[in-house]
Design a protein around this ligand. Structure first.
Ligand code: IPE
Ligand code: IPE
Ligand code: MG
Length: 251
């Protein structure tokens, strides 16, 4: 079922706990370098951090958590690092499914994936199917994902359907994450302040939070700080402060 709640078409409901958090998990390589370890050691620890953040979001009642694991541009990395990341993803799909089932977490994987090994795509399909009936947290892993790829595949789907004119809802409902509301809170660890071709369409009105913490060091406390910052924001969606309900005004 496609869900269409657009921040540009209507002002969304604001909850104290963000409904949807999207994270660029950055800084694994630098975390490892600081310890004189190979970059891939940082990726391993990054998986541990991701597991902890999934648990924390589940406990907090976040409805959707989206983690950027591998971008369409990350194929440009050295072949051995790319292979390691693919292997880590494959093994994580196998080892984490039980935990997802125990915690009522539904898994989605979004991205192009044409260059993934057939075995990896099979594992993804199995993990998605096994968790399909879960209705707690919806966990999305963006892998071989690019925001431009997503917008283009949606536009191409519309062309294939014979569209000659595109409305916002037509495109939004064909994006690969049409099942989720737009992110309320975007977090990027690792100190860079950029979007790196993540959810370029859906981040239109998300609150952006950047932290210098490297991803393997990002824990439940760091997540709490990000959410505290989010709660301090005045989400105006184009309106003036005076137009907001009292409870949503800040400062
Ligand atoms: C993020 O960490 C993980 C992936 C992109 C797969 P990086 O590997 O980008 O770590 P830094 O930015 O080099 O420290
Ligand atoms: C963004 O991180 C992608 C992921 C975290 C998967 P990068 O480390 O690849 O981003 P850039 O290259 O610094 O923009
Ligand atoms: Mg990086």
């Amino acid at each position: 079922m496609a869900l269409f709640g657009s921040s540009t078409q209507a002002v969304p409901e604001i909850a104290a706990v963000p409904r949807h958090i999207a994270i660029i998990m950055d800084g694994n390589g630098r975390w490892a370098k600081k310890r004189l370890l190979p970059r891939v050691a940082g990726h391993k620890r990054g998986l541990d951090a991701a597991r902890n953040i999934v648990t924390a979001c589940r406990q907090m009642g976040v409805e959707y958590l989206t983690l950027f694991a591998f971008s369409t541009e990350n194929w440009r990395r050295p072949q051995d690092e790319v292979s390691f990341l693919m292997e880590l993803f494959l093994r994580a799909l196998e080892s984490e499914v039980e935990r997802l089932l125990e915690n009522n977490i539904r898994l989605h994987v979004v991205g192009n994936r044409a260059r993934f090994a057939p075995q990896l795509n099979e594992r993804i399909a199995v993990a998605e199917a096994k968790t399909a009936a879960n209705d707690g947290l919806v966990l999305t892993i963006a892998a071989d994902y690019g925001g431009r790829w997503d917008v283009l595949q949606a536009a191409n789907a519309l062309l294939a359907e014979g569209a000659t004119r595109i409305e916002e809802a037509d495109l939004a409902t064909r994006l690969s994450m049409a099942y989720a509301p737009e992110p309320d809170l975007f977090i990027r660890t690792g100190g860079e302040q950029r979007i790196s071709n993540f959810l370029i369409w859906q981040l239109a009105y998300s609150e952006l939070y950047f932290t210098d913490a490297l991803w393997p060091d990002f824990d439940a406390k760091a997540l709490d700080e990000a959410i505290a910052s989010y709660r301090d924001r005045e989400r105006r969606f184009g309106r003036t402060s005076e137009q907001l309900p009292e409870a949503q005004r800040r400062g």
